[in-house]
Design a binder for this molecule. Structure first.
Ligand code: ADP
Length: 686
């Protein structure tokens, strides 16, 4: 048979996880790269803004410096054009320039001997007046150079003799063909630069002279840690011929980044990462569900194959069961037919005067034969129940009536054994219910037989009570005996198959150990309960509780009684080829005052019916020439509806169904006892 093997599919979830992880990583890389690109763009746009502003300021600063130098140049030109005459008015003009231009701190006239001859304003600059700058190290060489090539000279950020710092700008003056001296201005551009920088609090700016001395700085209080990243550097050419340049450093300070929120750019990154992870998880789930689907399909296919195999097995098992049933059916017939004859003959012999010794042998034969028969019957019965073939018929019956009838049947046997058999019930007429009366009888018979069997003195009391509950009748039946009792340790096992208190060769009591097992299975099928209480040496009490639906029809008991009297007048036909069986059945019927007629096969049955009419036919199923089933079919085809009770050893469900289809109302199994025959007569002739 096939086996479900989902190997190789189960472990795939590891591969799914790996694939999902790789896809997630790819997405994460993509998101990080995109984010970096975006971040770079933001940085680039900031850098552009800073650079453009820096450049603009640089230009502005350059213009400030040039404008101021130009002013000084104008002054120099006026002196040159007037061949020095203008020098007399020089002080006035210089004063005007200083007043109007805050970058000019002072203006002085240094003659060709390098002595400061004039200075405007004088106040505050007195120490510089008449100062010989040839003694000032940083001035001398540059000044001389400037005077020789007539170029403008701008000094480094200089420490002044009169105190303070400024740039010194020398403009050499020539007239009358010779160098006369320089117009020199002390310049500090701060206020102009401040104007340019006004409103630009978000920047930090530093200006260095060519020596690297810082001479102007704004926004130094809140320099941003990112300043280095965005630093804009530019040079302001001061004296291009000399390669003299100032350096401007321009960078954003913290105010520049004030509008920037912490998540700028990062939000996209975080969202992107979350989406990537979610996509990875979704992919994993999708892959898993795909695998799961594939796995289920795989298992389904396996199951389908398994089903096909199981079906084949089922068909084989059914075939085996059919063969077994056939075998059991044949066996039961084969064993029970001769047994029937044996028991019948024993019964006849026992009624005759055979002498003491033979009577003893006959009793032993009777005991063994009945035991064998019981065993065969019980084995067949339990086989039928356990193979699930227990079928409960649904017919009207009166449980109290059944109980009374049963006790009637057993009365004589109990009397013969010197035992009392008593019914305790305060009911006159029982209620009619719907159910399987045969099975109900079987339960009571098993319990009564045991009570009879295991009781030597005293007797058996059957307590019967009914209670109507809605549409149901609740029955409680107790069978109490004064017999040998059951040991405590055996109580819980006696309902099991082949369980007997006594065992071995010393057994005193006949039995198969199957009766109570069958009884309990029937009670279970009824949905009822069976209990036992017992005391060793004092007796046992078996209690059954059953429930049946109430019937709508209730019988007229008096009428039944009257009709029973009429049984004797009825005509009965026995159809049986076995002379032993004919003898047994005729003798039994005689006990009810009935003189039955006999037909040896189906053909004779039809002949008999062509001559007379009958009230009941006991029909053997297996007969030569024409069997019982065919004979019944023929009777029914002639519209004869006489009750036909089959005599058969075969009690399988199949044979029962076959008999029913042929038109047989009932059946009794061989060997037939007085009790069984009496019941048939009650049923069909009353
Ligand atoms: P058996 O065919 O042996 O009677 P049962 O299944 O009917 O099989 O009973 C099983 C055993 O239970 C009996 O062999 C007997 O030992 C015990 N038992 C059943 N009923 C009674 C009883 N009324 N009194 C004493 N023992 C009983």
């Amino acid at each position: 048979m096939g086996k479900i093997n989902s190997k190789g599919i189960k472990n795939i979830s590891g591969a799914d996880a790996l694939i999902s992880l790789l896809v997630t990583i790819v997405f994460v890389i993509f998101v990080v790269l995109s984010w970096q690109h975006y971040d770079d763009q933001i940085r680039e746009s900031r850098r552009n803004k800073i650079n453009l502003t820096g450049q603009f300021i640089n230009d502005q600063f350059g213009a400030v410096i040039n404008d101021n130098i130009e002013l000084l140049f104008n002054l120099k030109r006026r002196i040159e054009i007037t061949n020095g005459a203008y020098l007399q008015y020089w002080s006035f003009d210089a004063g005007l320039i200083i007043d109007q231009n805050p970058s000019f701190k002072f203006i002085e006239w240094i003659d060709s001997n390098m002595v400061i001859r004039k200075i405007e304003p004088v106040a505050g600059n007195e120490p510089a007046l008449n100062l010989d700058i040839s003694n000032v190290g940083y001035r001398r060489d540059q000044w001389i150079k400037s005077s020789l090539d007539s170029s403008i000279n701008v000094t480094e950020w200089a420490q002044l003799t009169q105190g303070g710092n400024s740039f010194l700008v020398d403009a050499p003056v020539y007239y009358n063909g010779t160098f006369q001296g320089t117009i020199t201005a002390g310049m500090v551009f701060n206020s102009h630069f401040d104007n340019v920088m006004a409103g630009r609090e978000e920047y930090h700016l530093s200006l260095y002279d060519e020596k690297g001395s810082l001479f102007y700085e704004v926004g130094e209080d809140n320099i941003s840690p990112l300043a280095g990243d965005y630093m804009y550097r530019a040079e302001i050419p001061i004296n291009e011929d000399e390669g003299q340049v100032w350096t401007l450093e321009f960078s954003p300070n913290t105010a520049f980044f004030e509008d920037t929120v912490w998540y700028e750019g990062k939000l996209e990154l975080i969202l992107g990462l979350i989406i990537s992870i979610m996509m990875g998880i979704t992919l994993f789930l999708l892959l898993r569900s795909y695998r799961e689907k594939k796995r289920i399909t795989f298992i389904n296919q396996k199951l389908k194959k398994l089903n096909v195999a199981l079906n084949k097995e089922k068909i084989r098992a059914e075939e085996a069961s059919r063969i077994k049933t056939e075998f059991l059916s044949n066996m039961s017939h084969e064993i029970r037919t001769p047994l029937n004859a044996i028991l019948g003959l024993i019964d006849i012999l026992q009624r005759q005067d055979v002498g003491e010794e033979s009577r003893k042998y006959l009793e032993m034969m009777n005991f063994s034969s009945k035991n064998l028969l019981g065993l065969v019957n019980d084995i067949l019965e339990i086989d039928r129940i356990e193979s699930g073939k227990i079928e409960l018929t649904q017919k009207d019956f009166c449980p109290l009536e059944e109980v009374r009838m049963l006790l009637d049947l057993y009365e004589r046997s109990f009397e013969e054994k010197g035992l009392k058999l008593e019914l305790q019930s305060n009911l006159d007429d029982g209620v009619v219910v719907v159910g399987d009366s045969l099975k109900f009888n079987q339960v009571l018979t098993n319990l009564l037989r045991n009570a009879y069997k295991f009781t030597q003195k005293g007797g058996v009391t059957l307590k019967y009570s009914e209670e109507q509950k809605g549409q149901f009748l609740l029955l409680r039946i107790q069978i109490a005996d004064t017999g040998i009792g059951i040991p405590k340790e055996n109580l819980e096992h006696i309902f099991e198959r082949f369980s007997q208190v006594e065992s071995g060769y010393k057994r005193k009591y006949e039995g198969t150990g199957l009766g109570l097992a069958i009884t309990r299975k029937i009670v279970d099928a009824f949905g009822g309960e069976i209990e036992v209480e017992s005391k060793l040496g004092e007796g046992s009490v078996f209690t059954i509780s059953l429930e049946f639906p109430l019937s709508h029809r209730q019988p007229d008991r008096k009428k039944v009684q009257t009709e029973l009297q009429q049984i004797k007048k009825r005509k009965v036909l026995i159809a049986e080829d076995n002379p032993m069986n004919v003898l047994v059945l005729s003798k039994l019927l005689e006990q009810f005052g009935i003189k039955a007629e006999v037909a040896n096969n189906g053909v004779e049955v039809l002949e008999k019916f062509s001559e007379a009419s009958y009230d009941l036919v006991f029909m053997d199923v297996h007969m030569p020439e024409m069997d019982g089933l065919e004979a019944t079919r023929q009777l029914r085809s002639k519209s004869l509806d006489v009750p036909v009770v089959a005599l058969t050893a075969n009690i399988t469900n199949e044979s029962r169904e076959e008999a029913r289809l042929a038109g047989i109302q009932d059946y009794i199994t061989k060997p037939f006892t007085r009790e069984v025959i009496q019941k048939v007569l009650y049923t069909y002739l009353s």
